[in-house]
Design a binder for this molecule. Sequence first.
Ligand code: ATP
Length: 488
Amino acid sequence: MLDTIGASATRILFVDDEPSILKSLRRVTRSMSAECIFVDNGRDALALMRENPFDVVVSDMRMPEMDGATLLAEIARDYPETMRLVLSGFAEDDLILAAINEGRVWGFIHKPWDDHQLIVTLQHAVTTQQMMVERALLRRTVERYTSELKESFVSFVGGSLPMQAVYNQIERAAPSNASVFITGPSGTGKELAAEAIHKLSERKNGPFIALNCAAIPTELMESEIFGHVKGAFTGAVSARDGAATQAHNGTLFLDEIGEMDISLQAKLLRFIQTGSFQKVGGTKQENVNIRFVCATNRAPLDAIANGTLREDLYYRLNVVALHLPPLNQRENDPILLANTFLQRFAAQERKELVGFSSEASSLILGYDWPGNVRQLQNCIHNVVVMSAGPLITPNDIAIALQLDPQQVATIISNKALTKPFTPSAAPIAPNASKPNADELQPLSKIEKNYIELAIEVCHGNVVKAASALGVSPSTLYRKIQSWEAKAS
Ligand SMILES: Nc1ncnc2c1ncn2[C@@H]1O[C@H](COP(=O)(O)OP(=O)(O)OP(=O)(O)O)[C@@H](O)[C@H]1O
């Protein structure tokens, strides 16, 4: 027998072999905004579950054929997100408590019931069920998101969203043979990106040859690229291979391409187009198989307008464009990088340093880093060498960056102002009256409360909350996961 009341997104199934009980349940639940279905045996209940699982199932215990315990145990096994309640007499309390302890049953309603109490219990079951479904959904989202976000990639350290985009582009570009043109301010990791492209390509076992066009005198550049034969010019006492020969079957990285002499750029273009070249002073054509990656920290279109970069060379090299953002646009990466460099240099210098004070972290996050990651790396190396430790203070960083106390105070207070919420929004406000010793809360609980508050203030945006809290999003996701694991 099957009977239905109402039509709603929420669906409740009642199972009882007593027609009078089903009749009363039908009367009481009429006021609920839920679709209620009534059946008089467990077999029909399971068939309906298979068709379209219910949010809540309320079952009598003693029924012929299939009793309530068996029915709810099957539902618990096959539909764990369905809330399971028992409709019982007092004599069955021990049995029900055992079922609750084993997780087969969520709650019970005693017969005869109080109508009001019955509605409250059902509504509570519906709310709990919705929360369970949302939590399961959140867990799946968290797992998917955490597995996609990277805090490091090849030799890069950084978990910010702009760097996730860089990692994705590198992953996609690497397997191809297309030339890559990398732009970005000095010290942002352009050479690191070129190496990553090489390491992730099929040429990874071949050579990676880097040539800095700004560091080599113009008159030597052609020979550096193409090599020379013996006697090609004064001082060419023996023949020498250039980068083009050395990079055969590998990758040639031309850094600061805009600094290369413009007439040499024409020769380079020919070489890129044909794959063949002649050594300086030589007559023999040499053929090589090379992937080209180049970089500049200037705007390439400005360099073309100024006449320092050939337009045809630029378009030939710029098959894939990759831009590395300045460090001050990388959310909390400065902290992540600073900690990585601290560990690396502390081990190298054999110093016991425990980490950065919270004000030192604010200074690192608030400072502009015009020299980008290279400047941060050098700064932390300096701090490791010079700091007395064990905790690194803002003063240690100020000395390395040559900042005066006023500048330090301004950066730290500006950083505090840009935070979406301040410590006064924390569960323990600094101006709150001091708690007694027995009122103190475990640090882990305060951390959990504060993180939950941050996520709430950021309207559920975990990435934004992580940025406000000065940690990486994956740190937050890991914590959420560990709380969920403990709760379930
Ligand atoms: N995301 C990063 N993680 C770890 N180390 C980094 C990162 N970015 C840069 N570095 C380090 O910073 C230094 C500068 O990086 P790199 O030489 O690749 O920058 P660049 O953009 O090529 O600089 P330039 O324009 O001056 O040539 C290197 O020591 C590099 O290892």
